[in-house]
Design a protein around this ligand. Structure first.
Ligand code: ZN
Ligand code: ZN
Ligand code: ZN
Length: 731
């Protein structure tokens, strides 16, 4: 960039479109995004020991464009990164991209649907290849979008969750967990999405309130209430609360009941999980199709037979295998759950098996967080991680203060979740993800855990082994991201930057991601993955509404950057954005900071054109008022530094904004005008000195918040030696 003041350029209003791209190129070519190229020990006091500062960027899902949420993290993280770089720390911001398993599969499913195709008809290898191409193309787009935001991350260190080394080490972790007895293959009731044809983890389940008929059905002498009439063919018992006097005499007995399929017997058991206030206090137990019933079965295995699965993976009744000679079974077989429910209700009414129906019953149902289909609990075999042995150290580390939460209140939520954590289902029945290194013997069904196909089965010695078709839950690899991205166990970066300094991310993935990174980081890398967790909220519009396509209130970050510049967007995302709370953003707010950028531009032009003859060798004869202003400036530096250090970025941004506009522009510049045009040369020099000092200091202070415009103006400062991005921070 040319030096000296180009008045012609300065005379026009600030045009971010013309400036920002060029500035980014300048930064990227300087090599300073890479901490290895930073001038070490530039600051005197740090000559001996250079501190390091590292943020691992939450790898965005490479399945679409960046949205405003990504812009929030880019603004906050780049702010910290630029601040620490200027302070002289070895500063690394490591970018990445996430293959985002199920999430990407869902996006790709939609694309296929539009093309009239289905993933269930595409050969595995081809599907994987297609999604890989799709993901890599998106990854490229995302990288350029991050550049547009001004992200000063080290692209030379960028990692992708499907990089060979990441895949290999993720599989190693599974093998090691298995060796330590922390992985097991379990038949469990899992949340099954009939649309997506995969099991989900508890975290991927949404609970929605629905109104459904509650049926009171007669089971011999006992009446019980249920919504899920269609699962009755899978009933294995009637359960009551042990201290429920109404049913005391039945407990442990078999009662004779009449069902749609004729007479049969069923056992009455007592379990504390039964709520005596629900319905009649008696419930049917259907372990194959209800997670709570599955738990009851686990506790009463010697009393209850193995439950039949009467609903298949497509959510249809599957009865013929269990009731091959029954005419009614034929009638219901193959019906979808809700159709079946209606018909069964009618038939039971007709046969006098229904006592009454409560049509006004509200309850919570579990739905897929992606497609909102009601989830079908199914007993399937999946790989589980025993989480308790991992969760306990994760609780202890935070208790010891090795990790601090910003804001602190999230600590409580974190503890609560980890204390009640359940084993983690890490199998996903999709193609897109990291292959689980498990082989099943086709002769004796036993499993071998290994990357390479074992020659023989351990158990039966035959050599008929097949690779598991499932892949890992995407959070299993991203849960190991900080240490894997840094090249654990032997890369220098890992030794230098782990534990990292700050993990900055949305509070909505506190459990999905943050807690798991802490658990897996402690287990694998033996240290916490980061010292601070900064959690930001969910972007909302002026009416505090979530942004969504259907509401039409979505702000596209790239669109507003085009209109108002990345600096304006970044300021708008930082001001008013307190940790843990939802930031409010709307177009006028961004526009306001575009106007502010203009104000900075004009003020800088005024100062630079009026100081061209300033002699920086001569000692200025500052007045008492000048000295007061300089003292005030020093205090500003102290305040801003303190606010950034304590994660009060919103306060620092607002502080700077008000100082620049209402103190510097409205007062100091105004007051200087007569001195600049006056006869007193020494006083003119003093005024010039004051203006230049304040401008230069403000450019530095503003740089982490509005990096492009400050760098652009800095290039016109006559005696600048460095890019502003590596100038010394004024503390
Ligand atoms: Zn679904
Ligand atoms: Zn075998
Ligand atoms: Zn003000």
């Amino acid at each position: 960039m040319e030096k000296g003041i180009n008045l012609e350029k300065f005379n026009k209003p600030y045009d971010p479109k013309e400036v920002e791209g060029k500035i980014y190129k300048l930064w990227e070519e300087s090599g300073f995004f890479n901490p290895d190229n930073l001038p070490a020990g530039k600051v005197k006091s740090q000559k001996l020991k250079v501190k390091s500062f590292c943020i691992i960027m939450p790898p965005p899902n490479a399945n679409g464009s960046l949205h405003l949420g990504h812009a929030v993290f880019a603004a906050l993280q780049d702010l910290m990164i630029r601040y620490h770089r200027m302070k002289g720390d070895k500063t690394l911001w490591l970018p990445g991209a996430d293959h985002a398993g199920f999430e990407t599969q869902v996006v790709y499913d939609k694309k296929l649907e539009k093309e009239g195709r289905s993933r269930f008809q595409i050969p595995r290898d081809q599907l994987y290849k297609e999604i890989m191409e799709f993901t890599l193309a998106n990854k490229k787009v995302m990288e350029n979008q991050l550049r547009k935001l001004g992200a000063s991350c080290d692209w030379s260190r960028e990692k992708f969750t499907l990089d060979e080394d990441i895949v290999s080490k993720t599989q190693d972790a599974f093998i090691e967990l298995h060796k330590q007895g922390l992985v097991y293959r379990g038949e469990r009731s899992v949340n099954w999405c009939v649309k997506h044809q995969t099991g989900l983890s508890d975290l991927e389940v949404l609970h929605e309130e629905r109104k459904d008929p509650l049926y009171y059905i007669k089971y011999g002498p006992i009446t019980l209430a249920t919504v899920r009439l269609e699962t009755k063919f899978g009933d294995t018992a009637i359960a009551v609360h042990p201290s429920d006097k109404r049913y005391k005499k039945f407990i442990g007995q078999e009662v004779e009941i009449i069902t749609l399929f004729g007479k049969t017997k069923i056992k009455v058991i007592a379990d504390k999980a039964v709520d005596p206030k629900f319905g009649t206090g008696a419930v049917k137990v259907t372990p194959a199709h209800d997670p709570a019933d599955f738990e009851i079965w686990q506790r009463h295995k010697n009393e209850i037979p193995k439950p039949p699965a009467v609903i298949d993976k497509y959510g249809r009744l599957d009865l013929l295998a269990h009731f091959p000679y029954n005419e009614k079974a034929k009638k219901y077989h193959g019906l979808k759950v809700l159709e079946a429910r209606k018909i069964i209700a009618e038939d039971m009414q007709k046969e006098g098996l229904m006592e009454k129906v409560d049509n006004d019953y509200s309850h919570n149902v579990s739905v897929c967080y992606k497609c909102k289909h009601i989830l079908e609990p199914r007993i399937t075999a999946q790989w589980f991680i025993k989480t308790k042995p991992l969760a306990d150290p994760a609780i202890e580390a935070v208790k010891r203060g090795e990790i601090k939460f910003i804001p602190d209140r999230f600590k409580k939520i974190y503890f609560h979740w980890l204390k009640n954590i359940r084993d983690w289902n890490i199998s996903r029945q999709i193609v897109w993800g990291i292959q689980i290194p498990a082989w099943q013997c086709q002769d004796c069904q036993s499993w071998a855990i290994a990357k390479e196909k074992p020659l023989n089965c351990d158990q039966c010695q035959k050599s008929n082994l097949e690779l598991d078709k499932d892949v890992f839950d995407t959070w299993f690899s991203s849960g190991q991201w900080p240490f894997l991205a840094l090249g654990w166990p032997d890369k220098n970066d890992f030794k230098k930057y782990y534990p990292t300094s700050v993990m900055e991310t949305g509070w909505d993935i506190l459990f999905f991601w943050v807690a798991r990174m802490i658990m897996l980081g402690l287990w694998r890398a033996k240290k916490v993955p980061f010292k601070y967790v900064y959690l930001h909220g969910l972007v909302r519009d002026k009416e505090r509404q979530k942004m969504s396509k259907s509401k039409g209130n979505v702000i596209d970050p790239l669109g507003v950057i085009d209109l108002y510049g990345a600096d304006a967007l970044r300021m708008a995302l930082v001001v008013g954005n307190t940790p843990g709370n939802d930031p409010i953003i709307y177009e006028e707010k961004i526009k306001g900071y575009r106007n502010f950028a203009n104000k900075i531009w004009q003020a800088s032009r005024f100062v630079l054109t009026n100081t061209q003859d300033f002699n920086d060798k001569a000692k200025p004869k500052s007045t008492a008022a000048d000295k007061k202003r300089l003292k005030e400036l020093k205090k500003l530096c102290k305040d801003i530094t303190k606010q950034i250090e304590s994660f009060k970025f919103y306060a620092a941004a607002e502080n700077l904004y008000h100082y620049f506009w209402h103190t510097f522009c409205d007062k100091i510049i105004e007051e200087s005008k007569s001195r600049l045009s006056g006869e007193n040369k020494a006083d003119r020099q003093a005024a010039q000195y004051l203006l230049l000092e304040i401008l230069k200091t403000n450019l530095r202070l503003f740089h982490p918040f509005m990096p492009h415009i400050t760098e652009a103006i800095w290039s016109h400062i006559p005696d600048n030696k460095n890019l502003l991005m590596v100038e010394e921070w004024p503390s």
